[in-house]
Design a protein around this ligand. Structure first.
Ligand code: AMP
Length: 372
């Protein structure tokens, strides 16, 4: 299938071309035609499947058809990073449309966001807390919203955003299109979907398929200390952009320092850093100014750096979903990637669960570790 079959406005088609997309991904192929007809969507898909463009493109189309006055599309995101990246998608794919957007999240001053809203925006991509804050200040008017997207709903639920989301929804016009995306479908999400969506089209992207182009390896931690294993792995196998996950902020800082001392161009990304600092690090990583980013889960949520070739779980994540999320940062839509996980004896229960979910046994590998 080809993008031209969606018969999108030529301005949007040239945005797609400029992004270098040639074929729609599975979720885009399934979701876009329904979304263009204005139907509600329940999308079961994680990052790495192309889910963002699956809602961005039909929203852009609808926005081009209507009159511009108040914000007409609202996307709720669990983290500022994801909010910023989603807005970026709108701006890139919609670069020839003249449509305007703003991202709204806490941790930075309200003034800049309010100013942009006042100047006129069509799209608001927001974290629930700050948006509610702006609603209380009467700084934003959501009475013109035609489309609502709840992105990464399972994460928003986990992070306790549901009461905020419900308060926001009370301020939206009842007649609107709703799209709910989630990587998993626990009971809470089903309940939420039932309350919000009207006759939704269910779209599910096979997780296994999404992981198909990622080579996964397990490295049992037995004799060598983990920092030395990491150095050896980086030196032996990782030439491209590499994302290393640690459990704690402290460990992210410590490891980034240690890698730098060993001559590897590494930086950290963790929740203690200011928003400006985090944005700068992400931009530098994107530009390729350094090649190893050591990050914690929270800080890295929503990271979308094209061309990450390797993800390393220095510390095992807590859940199967989190494992899938992390390794989904590599092997994005078009490319292929590698994921390596250091496994301590206590981690084998989770490994079993991951293998059960994927219906495959992951390769165990051993590293030649040079002492340093
Ligand atoms: P997402 O699942 O929305 O986080 O997107 C994953 C990655 O796939 C992003 O880097 C997108 O730029 C990229 N992408 C989305 N759609 C396509 C497409 N049709 N062809 C190639 N890459 C795409």
């Amino acid at each position: 299938m080809n993008f031209s079959e969606f018969e999108l406005n030529p301005k949007i088609q040239s945005g797609i071309k400029a992004c270098g997309y040639i074929k729609p991904t599975a979720i885009q192929e399934q979701a876009i035609p329904h979304a263009l007809r204005g139907l509600d969507i329940m999308g079961l898909a994680q990052t790495g499947t192309g889910k963002t463009a699956a809602f961005v493109l039909p929203i852009l189309e609808r926005l081009l058809q209507g009159k511009r006055k108040k914000p007409r599309a609202l996307v709720l995101s669990p983290t500022r990073e994801l909010a910023e990246q989603t807005l970026e998608f709108f701006l890139l794919l919609g670069r020839h449309t003249g449509l305007r957007g703003v991202s709204v999240y806490g941790g930075v001053s309200k003034a800049g966001q309010v100013q942009k809203i006042r100047a006129g925006v069509d799209i608001v991509v927001a974290c629930p807390g700050r948006l509610l804050d702006l609603l209380r200040d009467r700084a934003v008017d959501l009475s013109g919203i035609q489309t609502l997207v709840l992105d990464e709903s399972d994460r928003m639920l986990d992070m306790g955003f549901m009461p905020d989301i419900r308060s926001i929804m009370r301020q939206l016009p009842p007649e609107r299109q709703n799209m709910l995306f989630s990587a998993t479908m626990p009971a809470d999400i089903l309940i939420l979907a039932d309350q919000i969506l009207r006759k939704p089209v269910l779209i599910e992207v096979n997780h296994k398929k999404a992981l198909q182009n990622i080579t996964q390896s397990l490295y049992p931690v037995e004799r060598s200390p983990k920092p030395e294993m990491l150095l050896s792995l980086l030196k032996q196998k990782c030439s491209g952009a590499t994302l290393v996950f640690t459990k704690t902020r402290h460990m992210a800082t410590k490891l980034a320092r240690r890698l730098s001392q060993a001559g590897i161009r590494a930086r950290e990304l963790q929740g203690n850093m200011s928003q400006n600092n985090r944005t700068r690090v992400m931009k530098d990583f994107q530009k390729g100014s350094f090649n190893v980013l050591v990050a914690t889960d929270i800080a890295s949520r929503g990271i979308d750096v094209a061309g990450i070739s390797h993800v390393i779980n220095y510390d095992m994540p807590d859940t199967v979903e989190s494992y899938t999320h992390r390794i989904g940062r590599t092997g994005r839509a078009a490319g292929s990637g590698e994921a390596s996980t250091f496994v301590e004896p206590k981690d084998y229960r989770l490994i079993k669960a991951i293998e059960r979910g994927q219906e495959q046994r992951l390769h165990r590998k051993f590293l030649k570790v040079a002492s340093i």
